[in-house]
Design a protein around this ligand. Sequence first.
Ligand code: PEP
Ligand code: MG
Length: 292
Amino acid sequence: QRALLEQLKGKENVTKSGQKVNVYANIGNIADVGLVLKNDGGGIGLFRSEFLYLESSTFPTEEEQFVAYKQVAENMAGKRVIIRTLDIGADKQVDYFNLAKEENPALGYRAIRICLTQPEIFKTQLRALYRASAFGQIAIMFPMIISVDEVKRIKEIIAEVTEELDAAEIPYNKNIELGIMIETPAAVMVSRELAKEVDFFSVGTNDLTQYTLAIDRQNPKLESFCDTHHPAILAMIKMAADNAHAEGKWIGICGELGADTTLTEQFLAMGVDELSVSPAMILPVRKRIREL
Ligand code: PEP
Ligand code: MG
């Protein structure tokens, strides 16, 4: 089985009828980049940047972050690397954030909500990302978006960052791709408007499932209720895909469902442009695509 998969290295992710799809990898630290390359990943579809914050006992500095992002971009040698901005919350406790205990952390003060409330934390990360963008094909993605206003606010903060970089003559990629995670039902419902504002979508099916089915993803007691193939989830992915394409934008899936090879055919039928999966799933997903 493994030998068969090995033979797929260097081959395209293409169906028998010629439909191509990018197969990228999800990673959570720099060491995983080696696994992505070993498994012939076409890029990184989700780099969870939380590790930088979780590993540290104080806010990681701009320089520390810059070095980490630059290293990943360089190691991926021109392949797309989508870095997700901080997605920390009351469930992932980091002492120095001083987050209050919450009754409903999944519905609480987390991710982009922290970044927009404390723009200094956000700007430090954005400056590091923009500086690193001069060293590879970095794209930036924002988690837990629910509205167009949030995206507009993000762009204002980015404009401040790029003005500062310009003033200091620090190089960065002026055409850096900006995307959002589609992981709330609200984002799906306003995806046509959101698609006008961004370059791409990436569906976070882990959270989208939790919020759509009202099932806490961390509660093992609810597993038997959690139908990951629920038609509501598939309909939402289709709706987001149609709206992305209607605005000429591309869409990927970076939640666990993207690696579910029993759904690959449906995702391709929806025109999904990218599947981002754990490094070990890259070749199995490629195999499935090539059978279709
Ligand atoms: C998701 O929600 O599907 C996702 C990819 O993000 P995370 O699992 O990090 O919340
Ligand atoms: Mg998520």
